[in-house]
Each structure stands twice: as C-alpha cells, then as structure tokens.
Ligand binder design. Structure first.
Ligand SMILES: NC(=O)c1ccc[n+]([C@@H]2O[C@H](COP(=O)([O-])OP(=O)(O)OC[C@H]3O[C@@H](n4cnc5c(N)ncnc54)[C@H](O)[C@@H]3O)[C@@H](O)[C@H]2O)c1
Length: 250
C-alpha cells in the first residue's frame, strides 16, 4: 500500500461518512491530517478517533463562509505545516422533484457542494501549493457528476460543476505541478443517504441499475481518494474516477 509519510492533508466534511473514512486512511498512511467540518460535536469526536491512528487536529469551518476559508487554511499551515493534499468531501443534498425545488434549496446545495469546494481548492492552491509547485487535490464528486438521476436537479448541477471545475483547475495549475482529480461514487449508506436508502423500493432501484449489484462503502471511496492523492498517481490529473460498480458504464 502507498505511504503518505510527512505529508500534510486537509479533509473537509471530515466528521462524516466519506470524509471521515478518507481522514482515517490518510492518517493510517502516515499523513498529518486537518479535519475540517461545520459540526463542532461530530468534529471533536472524529478528531479524537483519528488521533488514535495518527497525527490529527480538528478545525471548525462552514465552507459556505467564504471569507473564513483562507484564515482557516493559514492556521492549519502554521499548526501542521504546508499542505500537500486537499480532499473536499463536505456536501449535501435535498432530494426533490425538479418542479418542487425552491431557490433556497438550490442555493444551499450549490453553495456547499460547488462554491464552497471551489474556494477551498483555491485557498489551499494559493497559500500552499502554487508557491511550492507541488500538491494533490481530490474532490468528492458523484456519479451524478456524469449522468442524471431522479429528484436531483440541483445536486446533479452542483456535482457536474465539481467535475468541470476539477478539469479546469487541473489545466490552470498543471504548470505548478498540482494534480486535481475527483472521485465519483455511487450510493453509499451514510447520514446523507440513510433516509432514502433505507426505503427497500429505492434500494432495489439502485441495485437493479448497478451492474455489480451492490452499494459502495466509504472505504472504497477512501482507497480511490488516497491513491489519487499519492505519488503513485503522479501521471493522473483532470480525471473524474467513477467508484460506482458500473453505474455509469451502462
Ligand atoms: N453517500 C453517498 O451515497 C454519496 C455518493 C456520492 C457522492 N457523495 C458525496 O460525498 C460527500 C460526503 O458525503 P457523505 O455521504 O459522507 O455525507 P455525510 O452527511 O455523512 O457527511 C458530510 C459531512 O460534511 C459536513 N458538512 C456539510 N456541510 C458542510 C459545510 N457547509 N461546511 C463544512 N462541513 C460541512 C457534515 O457536517 C458532515 O460531517 C458529499 O460531497 C456527497 O455529495 C456521497
């Protein structure tokens, strides 16, 4: 397995499902990890757990608070060191038919999933990666970055945006040796999806549309993310990697 010794990593959305799994694998692989999340209590608990596996520190930040992003990155650099890896997992969804979506729904989803993610990418690139001409960014996109899905118009728009900003950043920041990639998972049972994945009819719909007939796990996404963040992926940039058991192969 690849090693990430002496690397400093930031993970947003680190107190929940996929972000937490990425944080745990990064720490177990030797990286010092800054856990970033907006939920103070979950963040404290997650940080304590990750500290049992390696070096970790928690930072409370709402990624929609754009002016607060740069000072948080600055604090992390002072306390843990210059940032080599950024994983952006903070995200949300409000499943609704397109005709029922309100402006507030749209703004909530796009401001976290796309705008907040972009300005986290930018702050870390400006402060730590562009000046040192090195870095790896992995954005947690979705298979709905690549195909449409039911009751997901703003979510699909937000994640399609993540795919496109990932590709655009890969081009802009290649001269600085910064690789920017995304992973595009299928459905995973987390707090985000528990509401509808516990509906047997919906779960059957998911499995029937998945060639490998399974859900993904947070560990599947963490493994792909840590690979893309590692030097073993040094030839890979601008890629949206499906971790979807074949959903988008159809
Ligand atoms: N679970 C799935 O099926 C699935 C599939 C594909 C993609 N994704 C994506 O993976 C990412 C993580 O999803 P998850 O399933 O782990 O969700 P989750 O709800 O379990 O965890 C998300 C974490 O992000 C944090 N967060 C939310 N808004 C934030 C904000 N404004 N600022 C800082 N932190 C914030 C939450 O507090 C939580 O800890 C999301 O971007 C989601 O869209 C999830």
């Amino acid at each position: 397995m690849f090693r990430l010794d002496n690397k400093v990593a930031i993970v947003t959305g680190a107190a929940g499902g996929i972000g937490l799994a990425c944080t745990e694998l990064l720490a177990a692989s030797g990286a010092k990890v800054a856990l970033v999340d907006c939920q103070a209590d979950h963040l404290a608990e997650a940080t304590k757990n990750v500290q049992e596996k390696g070096i970790a520190k928690g930072y409370q930040l709402d990624v929609t608070d754009i002016p607060a992003i740069a000072p948080t990155v600055s604090r992390i650099r002072q306390e843990l060191g210059e940032v080599d890896i950024l994983v952006c997992s903070a995200g949300t969804n409000i499943p609704k038919l397109a005709q029922e979506v309100t402006e507030a729904d749209w703004d909530t989803i796009l401001s976290i999933n796309t705008k907040g993610l972009f300005f986290c990418n930018q702050a870390v690139a400006i402060q730590s990666m562009i000046p040192r001409k090195t870095g790896a960014i992995v954005n947690i996109a979705s298979m709905f970055s690549l195909v449409g899905g039911p009751k997901r118009a703003p979510y699909c728009a937000s994640k399609g945006g993540v795919a496109q900003l990932t590709r655009a950043e890969a081009i802009d920041w290649a001269p600085y040796n910064i690789r920017v990639n995304a992973v595009a998972p299928t459905f995973i049972l987390t707090n985000l999806t528990r509401g509808y994945l516990s509906d047997p009819e919906f779960k059957a719909y998911v499995l029937d549309n998945t060639p490998l007939h399974c859900l993904a796990t947070v560990g599947d996404v963490a493994a792909a993310t840590c690979f893309l963040a590692s030097d073993e992926a040094k030839m890979i940039t601008g890629v949206i990697l499906p971790v979807d058991a074949g959903w988008t192969a159809r």
